[in-house]
Design a protein around this ligand. Sequence first.
Ligand code: BTN
Length: 287
Amino acid sequence: MTIVFSNDLDKLLYKCFFNPRGENSMRLDKIKNGLKTDFIGREIYYFKEVTSTNDQARRLALKGISEGTIVIAEKQRRGRGRRGKRWLSPKGGIWLSVILKPQIRPFNAFKLTFVTAVAVAKAIKKMFKLDAQIKWPNDILVQGKKICGILTEVDTTGNCIHFIIIGIGINANVGMHLFPKHLQYNVTSLKRELKEDIDRAAFVKVLLTTFERYYKLFLRSGFETILNEWLALNCVLGKYIEVLSSEGTYQGKAVNIDKNGALMVKLDDGTIKKVVSESIILKRLNK
Ligand code: BTN
């Protein structure tokens, strides 16, 4: 058999299908066998190492790959978080990106972060019976510590979405010693919470199935249905928070979420501020 590589990406893809199923590698066949989704995870591109699965997914999407295709890597060299932050992605985690092509306006793309957060929290609860909660807008916490982050990136022209990449990073079998000291208090992993390694492939299967269910629900019934699920899982409303905005920080009480997913914060003087893209910190003290 002769294989002709048209470019580096094809070489990489070839490699990924010939991934040896080493002891600590994710078992692709285990994800695929019995996966009951219609389109999410029907195509899986697996890499031992990438810069970022979101970058790889973007390259595939630009080549016209079908909706629902996912990219998974054992390790990311330059994993990205929100607001240009680095995302630590050592071996043992679940670093994956999903390619979506919804027919929605770019303004609504942010709502998919909520769809994803609900799916991840529900999948963790279902599989591990852990009390996973959502911290607005894109963090999943267990015991008040971050276990998963979501990065939604959109490719648009004008008012038209070509594709959306949903990046999901889950600290699965990641030892705490791998995180820098200053993060160890705020971060956790499934391994740490469960005191044993998890079966990542089995969990990815549950995650993809749950994700497809909520994505379809969003397309069929709209954002309000998702928001109701989100409200039941959130750990922010009613809490005193600090908002880190480009103009500085301010504090207030998170009182509501609007129909587009913006967080409504009541300042001490009674003013209500709308928080859309800023980061927030939960304060211990509740006023
Ligand atoms: C955040 O909390 O700031 C978002 C973190 C998102 C990390 C995931 S890991 C898979 C995908 N690839 C990336 O480079 N980032 C996302």
